[in-house]
Design a protein around this ligand. Structure first.
Ligand code: OMP
Length: 237
């Protein structure tokens, strides 16, 4: 059985996140803390989530010179998160530096957080990528290229759309994580996402983990929205 869906806790602060999590009572979840919540609440928020035994993906998408990313990852490794990410566009030297920082910052006896690289954001279309980034390849070629770089750099996986997950699995290894946001149930609002699929398709296409936010957090009944996503994802239907 794969991983449970990762819920993006895109809330303005701890109070709103706590109100949301209360609905799940004692259930252990896999949650994602992004820039909005982390910049507001900082490391104590991570500690608070870990005390409740949730798994935490800290999504700060680092992208800087290798030394800066190395130093930042050393600090992040001490927070006790389960997974973190960088932008693959930072290059192989930066990704290797990130991994070294995590290795060196992980406390003795602790588990190094998994490190994954964002390929092309799921909010990016092929036209936008070609125009804004001056890339004259297809979007799937660009994603695959970044995935291979991340794999060669020793990372644990990538963030991509489920649409690209199968191809990446074939080009790297079956254990290489394909973490896929841009997940929507049929009929849900698409918002700013471009490359979207539903949870059942994501499994079929080769995602190893799905990330989903607003379809759950902004649902009239978040609890039942989560269980619907979870069962579609687990059963593939
Ligand atoms: O790294 C990410 O988590 C990420 C990468 C990406 O390419 N696309 C993407 O949507 N995300 C994140 O995944 C979440 C998706 O949220 P929803 O669009 O509300 O389901 C957001 O928190 C994004 O920041």
């Amino acid at each position: 059985m794969g991983h449970m869906p990762i819920i993006a806790l895109d809330f303005p602060g701890k109070a709103e996140a706590a109100r949301f999590l209360q609905r799940f009572k004692e259930e252990r979840l896999y949650v994602k803390v992004g820039m909005e919540l982390f910049y507001k609440e900082g490391p104590p928020l991570i500690q608070w989530l870990k005390e409740q035994d949730h798994q935490v993906f800290l999504d700060l998408k680092l992208h800087d010179i290798p030394n800066t990313v190395y130093s930042a990852m050393k600090v992040i490794a001490g927070l006790g998160v389960d997974m973190v990410n960088v932008h693959a566009a930072g290059g192989t030297r930066m990704m290797e530096a990130a991994l070294n920082g995590l290795d060196e910052g992980t406390p003795t006896g602790g588990m190094r957080p998994k490190l994954i690289a964002v390929t092309q954001l799921t909010s990016t279309s092929e036209e936008e990528m070609q125009h804004d980034q001056l890339i004259s390849h297809t979007l799937s070629d660009s994603v695959l290229h970044y995935a291979k770089l991340a794999h060669q750099s020793g990372l644990d996986g990538v963030v991509c759309s489920a649409l690209e997950a199968g191809q990446i699995g074939e080009a790297t290894s079956s254990s290489f994580l394909r973490v896929t946001p841009g997940i929507r149930m049929h009929g849900d609002a698409v918002h700013d996402q471009k490359r979207i699929v539903n949870p059942a398709e994501a499994r079929k296409f080769g995602s190893t983990m799905i990330v989903i936010g607003r379809s759950i957090t902004q649902a009239v009944d978040p609890l039942s929205a989560y269980y619907k996503v979870k069962s579609e994802w687990e059963l593939g239907l």
